[in-house]
Design a protein around this ligand. Structure first.
Ligand code: PLP
Length: 430
């Protein structure tokens, strides 16, 4: 097969043998991406869920520029710096009081790797025989091996399955079936070997924005406490406002033992991973014994530019009406639901905070469904970046988006559904 490429770059989640050349972006501002050939595209998925306030927010840009003249990077073992120290204090002040220590890395996946290693090491150092990691069916925690192991087995990781460590997956707590999830978890906990439950609180993003209730999350958290298992809240996607509050855990009123943050921690400006944990976990490693050191590092741990970006992001939360913007998006989503509900080509529509998701009726019903790529192309032709997950169309915009642009997006989704309808349900397309 001859290679049909103009660039040597291998892009993520891209089947280069089937896709058009990538769209070249020159610059971005607010909710818009500007292409090299003069188009203006609405970024309706916050560039893979990272951008919170908007692209190129001047406060974050200025903070990074100033930091670049002062300290761009320094080894973080044996050394520290002001942006990291201040950021750690700030993060602890906005998260649950039970979280007292901060470990920096550089992506969502690494924040999860750190969390898993903390949980396993915690029981190992305390000489308690708890090794089992439990997760939710449909969960996604990243693409490094530990994170893949915690995630659901799917098309994303099928060929790597023999290399993934064993994780027990609980059924997703679907509406009306929550008790089954809770019961299965309690049966496992009674065996006494569960080290940790890792979950995406309230929304399973990559599984197509599957939402479950705060009550179920609370009950899962209580079961962890009752049986002495750790709760790892992976807030990589939900963190920094997506569900309506700053953190989904806050919405459910739960206290995780470990919390993973990334994406929105810098407002989406620079890569950063953060894993927060309790004093108890920290103390399991805090011993006059070098073998009990937490052996984990990434070269760019606590990169000063990323820390400054994160500090500027948190200042924006303090200075600008961020929660009001989030509430306005949420209200707009809530208002539109009725318009879509009456359609018979929609099998489900759901909403939490700034996220609106709707499932298009599809017989193939999988990530590789033709409907997803047909819709993706349709939206882009209309200058809107929406990237359906299989047959799930979701909107997850940056908080600066205008209500007019939200209306444009809703209208375009309707037009796309009509288009699918008129073209044999999309199944013969592409
Ligand atoms: C819940 C969750 N955890 C972890 C990750 C992995 O983050 P990253 O892509 O930054 O490694 C993601 C990415 O989408 C995510 O949604």
């Amino acid at each position: 097969m001859s290679i049909n490429k103009v660039s040597p770059i291998w892009h993520p989640m891209t089947q280069h043998a089937l896709t058009d050349p990538e769209i070249h972006i020159d610059r971005a501002k607010g909710a818009y991406l500007y292409t090299k050939d003069g188009r203006k595209i609405i970024d309706a998925i916050s560039s893979w869920w990272v951008i919170t306030h908007g692209h190129c927010h001047s406060k974050i840009a200025d903070a990074v520029k100033n930091q670049a003249d002062c300290l761009e990077q320094v080894i973080f073992a044996g050394f520290t710096h002001e942006p990291a120290e201040r950021l750690a204090e700030k993060l602890l002040s906005i998260t649950d009081d039970a979280l007292e220590h901060v470990f920096f890395s550089d992506s969502g996946s690494t924040s999860v790797e750190v969390a898993l290693k903390m949980a396993i090491g915690y029981f190992e150092h305390r000489k308690e025989p708890k090794h089992r990691i439990v997760a939710l069916e449909g969960g996604y925690h990243g693409d490094t091996f530990g994170a893949m192991a915690a995630g659901s087995r799917s098309i994303f990781n099928k060929i790597y399955e023999p290399y993934l460590f064993d994780v027990t997956h609980l059924p997703f707590p679907d509406t009306g079936k929550e008790q089954k999830t809770l019961d299965e978890f309690e049966i496992l906990l009674k065996q006494g070997d569960v080290a940790a439950l890792i979950l995406e609180p309230l929304v399973l993003g990559a599984d197509g924005m599957q939402i479950y209730t705060t009550e179920t999350l609370k009950q899962l958290s209580e079961l962890c406490k009752q049986y002495g298992a750790l709760l790892i809240a992976d807030e990589v996607m939900t963190g920094f406002g997506r569900t309506g509050k700053c953190f989904a855990c806050e919405l459910a009123g739960i206290t995780p033992d470990i919390m993973c943050l990334s994406k929105g921690v810098t407002g989406g400006f620079l890569p950063m991973g953060v894993t927060l944990c309790t004093q108890d976990i920290y103390m399991a490693f805090y011993q006059e014994d070098r073998t009990k050191t937490f052996f984990h590092s990434t070269s760019f741990t606590a990169n000063p530019l990323a820390c400054r970006a994160a500090l500027a992001n948190l200042e924006i939360w303090e200075e600008e009406p961020v929660l009001e913007r989030i509430a306005a998006i949420s209200k707009s989503h809530a208002n539109i639901i009725e318009r879509f509900k009456v359609r018979d080509d929609i099998s489900d529509i759901r909403h939490i905070g700034t996220i609106l998701a709707l499932d298009v009726k599809d017989t193939t019903n999988g990530y590789l469904s033709n409907i997803g790529s047909t819709l993706y192309d349709f939206f882009l032709k209309n200058d809107i970046l929406l990237r359906p997950i299989g047959n799930c169309i979701y909107i997850l915009p940056p908080y600066c988006i205008s209500l007019q642009d939200l209306d444009l997006i809703y209208n375009c989704v309707e037009k796309a559904l009509d288009y699918l309808h008129d073209t044999d349900n999309g199944n013969t397309l592409i």
